[in-house]
Write a protein that binds this ligand. Structure first.
Ligand code: MG
Length: 384
């Protein structure tokens, strides 16, 4: 499937600069960098991207220096995404941009923070972290004179918006259409989504073992871990525990990523979409795992849901996160003058347009942007 392609050459179904649907605010081209490279660069230079270093993936930051944060998670997603993109002749720059941006809208304290903020926003239109990632790149970053946000290409924004309710999709114009008409996103977006899952399933095994919330014994319940662990031991039984875990996780990632490349390559050869528009109209997602690998990977995900994410220590942190996010939200809703200037200006402007709903959205934007440690200190300063 790759034999006829030169290294670095794009497949016909990849996103290409020439066929891009462009930016919301037209800009002239850069002499040395392509449009998707520029998207990636804008994301790396954004404030929201730097904040990811102090945002929880599963373990809060102060629990240890070796756990994944949203930043290192995003880098691992990008690494996997780029590997697969190169093998399939997809647009590596675009995949990287989507992967690096995919979690920009996450609240402090991981999923617990997002659930809490969604509850707070229940009567004001709700809060979805995925939609928030899009708000960050479309509106909230303040970096350019000529436009709000980062003015990314349609293709990057399409990839960032992984899922979205129909209600919200109707407000998003061209970008929301695929959720209303059940179309697919481009292959780079499909890939970034799966790379995200592969990265977190596997690194959560590593982090869970490191934290002592999981044991190798428990993990052998899942075929994917059990087989790779046994195989690693048979090759090198004299190495220490950490190296054994790393070798096993590495083998697991390799198994799944290799399957993803092989299976997607077969589907692309079979379906042969002519271009990215044919990909979008295709009834199936063309980037995916084989049914066997899908089953093994999903079993690992189920195991982590039952054992790690529901672990008493993780849940205790979630309880605290709810308290902090709710406390901060209520505090700013009661007195928007406690918001920093630019957020206060937005809150006043939007309150003038839609009342409490607008005010709540400005507060949610501010709280969602906080890092874990900033949220902690703001909470103890303002709420006590
Ligand atoms: Mg992620």
């Amino acid at each position: 499937m790759t034999a006829s392609r030169q290294p670095g050459e794009l497949s016909p179904y990849a996103a290409s600069q020439g066929a891009s649907r462009g930016r919301q605010y037209p800009e002239s081209e850069h002499p040395y960098r392509g449009v998707f490279q520029r998207d990636r660069d804008r994301i790396i230079h954004s404030t929201a991207f730097r904040r990811l270093v102090y945002k929880t993936q599963v373990f809060v930051n102060h629990e240890g220096d070796h756990y994944r944060t949203r930043l290192t998670h995003s880098l691992e997603v990008a690494q996997i995404g780029r590997t697969v993109a190169t093998a399939l002749g997809l647009n590596e720059h675009l995949v990287e941009a989507i992967c690096l941006a995919h979690d920009l809208g996450h609240t402090p304290f991981g999923h617990a923070g997002q659930d809490a903020l969604n509850q707070c926003m229940k009567t004001y239109g709700g809060f979805e972290h995925n939609l928030q990632s899009l708000r960050v790149v479309d509106e909230l970053e303040e970096r350019y004179a000529a436009f709000p946000g980062l003015n990314l290409t349609f293709e990057s924004r399409e990839g960032i918006l992984k899922h979205c309710s129909k209600r919200h999709a109707r407000t998003l114009g061209e970008l929301g259409e695929r959720f209303l008409y059940r179309r697919q996103p481009g292959l780079e977006a499909q890939l970034a989504n799966i790379a995200d899952e592969i990265a977190y399933n596997n690194h959560d095994v590593d982090d869970g073992l490191r934290a002592g919330l999981l044991t190798e014994d428990e993990l052998t319940e899942t075929e994917l871990f059990a087989e790779n662990y046994a195989h690693t031991r048979s090759l090198c039984d004299k190495i220490g525990r950490r190296a054994m875990i790393h070798e096993t996780v590495r083998a697991m990632i390799n198994e799944i990523v290799t399957d993803l490349i092989d299976h997607s390559g077969c589907m692309l050869t079979r379906e042969a979409p002519a271009d990215i528009e044919a990909v979008r109209k295709h009834p199936l997602q063309l980037i995916g795992l084989s049914p066997e690998a899908e089953t093994r990977h999903r079993a690992l995900k189920r195991f982590l849901h039952g054992s790690l994410y529901q672990h008493q220590r993780v849940r205790a942190m979630s309880g605290r996160a709810h308290e902090i996010v709710r406390g901060l939200f209520e505090c700013f809703m009661n007195d928007i003058r406690a918001l920093p200037k630019s957020h206060l200006q937005r809150a006043e402007k939007w309150a003038g347009q839609t009342g409490d709903k607008g005010r709540a959205r400005a507060v949610a934007d501010y709280v969602a942007g906080m890092t874990d440690r900033y949220a902690y200190s703001a909470y103890s300063r303002l709420v006590g």
